[in-house]
Design a protein around this ligand. Structure first.
Ligand code: HEC
Length: 145
């Protein structure tokens, strides 16, 4: 790809990203909060003394390397990169948009999408499903990024 083709792609991406945020940002942020709220209800219902979600615990989940699932995915960062604002990569080499809400504002709004990927990715990395506490912590961290 030529330099100009790449530059054009970057500009198109920047413009699309910017307008998505200004047009839908507040509505998306509210939908994301609804999803965090749903995990709060689930976490409370477990009766394990839930108090509040923690961005710090979410950061630790994101950056730790439990290596308890599949050998080629020891951590969330194996695909999502260590920087929440960075572009990730699937095992097959396909790009994954940044996980940070500020970088990809249309994330974390669709319950089905969130649940599908939590189920899949937590099993790959942790060898089990994530708990409502882990999901809420993770979203709380990404909302702050
Ligand atoms: C094998 C690669 C891989 C690993 C490892 C991985 N993910 Fe993902 N994740 C993806 C892909 C691919 C998507 C879907 C594409 C997208 O949303 O851009 C995704 C999407 C998600 C989503 C949905 C985001 C949304 O827009 O609603 C969440 C939440 C998520 N991942 C959390 C995690 C967590 C937590 C971990 C670690 C426990 C993790 N992922 C590890 C590849 C991975």
């Amino acid at each position: 790809m030529s330099f100009f083709a790449i530059a054009r792609l970057l500009i198109v991406a920047a413009v699309a990203g910017g307008s998505a945020w200004s047009a839908n940002g507040p509505a998306n942020a509210a939908m994301m909060q609804d999803n965090i709220e749903r995990y709060r209800v689930e976490a409370k219902a477990l009766g394990q003394g839930f108090e509040a979600f923690s961005a710090e615990r979410g950061r630790i989940l994101f950056s730790s390397s439990p290596a308890a699932g599949k050998p080629d995915t020891p951590s969330c960062t194996a695909c999502h990169t260590t920087d929440p604002a960075g572009v990730g990569q699937t095992r097959a080499g396909k790009e994954i948009a940044p996980m940070a809400l500020s970088r990809t504002p249309d994330r974390y709004i669709d319950v089905k999408k969130i649940e599908k990927w939590f189920r899949r990715n937590c099993n790959s990395v942790l060898g089990r499903e994530c708990t409502p506490l882990e999901k809420g912590d993770f979203l709380t961290f990404m909302a702050s990024q």
